[in-house]
Design a protein around this ligand. Sequence first.
Ligand SMILES: Nc1ncnc2c1ncn2[C@@H]1O[C@H](COP(=O)(O)OP(=O)(O)OP(=O)(O)O)[C@@H](O)[C@H]1O
Ligand SMILES: [Mg+2]
Length: 373
Amino acid sequence: MEIIKIMVVDDEPGIRSGVSRVLRDFTVSYPFMDEACKFEIIEAPTGEDAIEMVNQSLPDIMLLDNKLPGIQGIEVLEYVSKNHLDILVVMITSYASLEVAVKATKNGAFDFIPKPFTPQELRSSIETITKQVYFRRMTKKLNTAGKQIRFQFLSVLSHELKAPLNAIEGYLQMIEEKQYGDNVDDYMQIVNRSLDRVKGMRSLIMDLLDLTKIESGSTNRDIKKINLTEIAQLSLDSMKPFAIQNDVFLYLNTHNEIIINADARELEIVFNNLISNAIKYNRKDGRVDCSIKQKDGFVIITISDSGIGMTEEELSKLFNEFVRIKNQKTKNISGSGLGLSIVKKIVDSYEGDITVTSIPDKGSTFTVTLPVK
Ligand SMILES: Nc1ncnc2c1ncn2[C@@H]1O[C@H](COP(=O)(O)OP(=O)(O)OP(=O)(O)O)[C@@H](O)[C@H]1O
Ligand SMILES: [Mg+2]
């Protein structure tokens, strides 16, 4: 239930309690809402009280009588608009006063309810206003989520790209100054290190591109029958050099064709990320086991490793953007923390599911379940 706070500002106790009674069990729902809206009513007998209460906790809607004992309703409205408070103000006017209406509109009153009103009139006004409140909330949520992600993007980008750029710059300067003499062969080590750094930057940029493409929904998906075993094999082959570097052995425990309707490139991203993690967070002479099974209209992909594992608490954070687990064991392993969030987005887009079990220092198992359809 979404809760919408309504403040009733009226000096007549009868009106305040009447509004409370009418809206107490009232709910509003539209087809586009995830859940119905309920109302919480706060009562203020004077404009002064209203201002004080607004400063403590902001209501979404204010039902504001104009004729009040101290400061007038219109002044409360002016206060709200001057301070840019995010409240939808609805004026309650006892008679159609043009002057008040004009002034109120100028100050951003959202609507008027003429007094006296029937419970039905009140409900139908509140229904329309609730729609507005709901839209505002959704927009705000989207904006803050978007801003946060953009901010994280920028900070990760600058951080993750700065280090390799500095390193490469340093290596190039060493070459420029001929620090190792005139023999080109003596520079091979730093040239290779530079190339590694370039590779790291490229894969970060590719990750970010994948993520933005998936998020904007702009991937030109090519959904067709594909053989998952073949894709797993391709991915394992491409990870082989990385596995050798890390002294990790890769096994594919499936040889049958497993056919599913999906975009091959997206499934490759899923395998690449899970397998690269399984290698990266493994131990020397460790192993990675990949298996694919079919059951009741689903395929179940598991990727197990014999690596460093994760604690319960660490597991709970996985699958969000930029989550990297920081501890002694992961200190020297680099990454952007984007891989699993990309995997999760892809799996979600197929209405699939991804889960993980893990034991510290024993290993982790990631299980992806996808509908075959
Ligand atoms: N198989 C695994 N074993 C142990 N820890 C893992 C495993 N897979 C992921 N993690 C943890 O989860 C974190 C997030 O993984 P994710 O793949 O999203 O990012 P990353 O590997 O750090 O960077 P990249 O974007 O390059 O993949 C990792 O930093 C790591 O701490
Ligand atoms: Mg990763």
